[in-house]
Design a protein around this ligand. Structure first.
Ligand SMILES: *Cc1c(COP(=O)(O)O)cnc(C)c1O
Length: 367
């Protein structure tokens, strides 16, 4: 990335030679990213983050489908990231779309038969999260997309958590629109992309110049685009070894937590889940207090979505899965990364039970 902050500073939209240098590297990055995702270069739109990708996918597609064929029905789930959920709610509230939530099982999975049942000719988009950020559950994406393809309805998936952790080839998965975000796989923060299958024609949300085929106006973030491809290559190149390593660490972590901590419960699917993701509820504690105590002990964990930090409301995802507010207020989410080792799991397991016991003791004496 470094030369594109300084030495090669031209704007890729400029026709002069300095612009041509950066235009070239944007083009080759787009090609590299498209190849890994299984699409064509003109099907990749660079955005500023996963949130923006989800907004462009939902808003752009439903406005286009309504203009094209009068479609006004949105199908999604109650376990989406807020970037999808609140966007869908805003479309219903401010733009007169009809919003319907697909049912999910207690692990947060959508059953293909429920999707087939809920689809209408007037459905403008179906959006189902691939790997859940709060509970780790992986949805049966290719089964869901096949139903939409059959019925001619655009299918979007928020794959922000899935990159590097699950297969992401859009052709094999049959996906029409797929959101990714750089910082979830070690690219810089502030860069994302949306895969848009040729033939799906969303309206732009951000208008201006004709960047990104007119789909997203604004000068490109060249260094971050270079970083996005590099990080994606690293994630794809080590995919199998990474999944194997993460799965064994994750299963060890889950096993030890459930074994050592009374009244603990795994949230999300026990096996159909992101290999780097473990999530729990612990009875009788407040997750914000647990996270602060873990932070002091040197562990960076979270509860709901990081986008909800400080939010005292119980997790909407756990609530949608039927957890009561007492259970869901004691949620903890642990994600493993490239630097996680069996030793870090052991350290964690030496720390967590004591912290929970102390917090429970305090909770028991306070009114
Ligand atoms: C992090 C995340 C997002 C938002 O991505 P940003 O790049 O942080 O805007 C969207 N969906 C899921 C599933 C996420 O985990």
């Amino acid at each position: 990335m470094m030369p594109y902050f300084s030495e090669h500073f031209g704007n890729p939209a400029s026709t002069h030679q300095w612009g041509q240098i950066t235009d070239h590297v944007v083009m080759s990055s787009r090609q590299g990213i498209a190849k890994i995702l299984g699409g064509a270069p003109n099907e990749v739109v660079f955005t500023s983050c996963g949130t923006e990708s989800n907004n462009l996918a939902l808003r752009g597609t439903v406005f286009a489908e309504r203009a094209r064929r009068g479609a006004n029905h949105i199908l999604t789930t109650a376990v989406e990231h807020p970037a999808v959920l609140r966007t869908a709610i805003a479309l219903a509230k401010h733009h007169d779309f009809e919003l319907e939530m697909l049912p999910v099982d207690p692990f947060g999975r959508v059953a293909p038969k429920d999707l087939a049942h809920a689809l209408r000719p007037s459905t403008a988009i179906v959006s189902v999260i691939y790997g859940n950020n709060e509970i780790g559950t992986i949805n049966p994406i290719s089964d869901l997309s096949a139903i939409c393809r059959d019925r001619g309805v655009p299918f979007h998936t928020d794959a922000v958590q899935a990159v590097g952790q699950a297969p992401i080839n859009v052709l094999e998965l049959g996906i029409d629109l797929m959101s990714i975000s750089g910082h979830k796989f070690y690219a810089p923060k502030g860069i994302g992309a949306l895969y848009i299958r040729e033939g799906i024609d969303p309206v732009p949300l951000q208008t201006g110049g004709s960047h990104e085929n007119g789909l997203r106006a604004g000068t490109l973030n060249v260094p971050s685009i270079v970083g996005l491809l590099d990080a994606l290559k690293l994630a794809a190149g080590s995919y199998e070894a990474h999944v194997k390593k993460m799965t064994s660490l994750r299963d060890r972590l889950i096993h030890l937590v459930l074994e050592h901590i009374p009244e603990s419960r795994l949230t999300g699917h026990p096996t159909q889940r992101l290999p780097n993701h473990a999530s729990f509820t612990f009875k009788g504690i407040e997750s914000n207090q647990l996270i602060a105590a873990l932070d002091l002990a040197g562990f960076a964990c979270s509860s709901g979505s990081a986008c909800k930090t400080g939010d005292p409301e119980p997790s909407q995802v756990l609530t949608a899965l039927g957890y009561d507010s007492e259970e869901s207020s004691g949620s903890l989410r642990i994600t493993l990364g490239r630097t996680s080792t069996p030793d870090s799991i052991d350290d964690f397991i030496e720390t967590l039970p004591d912290l929970i016991a102390k917090l429970r003791a305090v909770e028991a004496i306070s009114p």
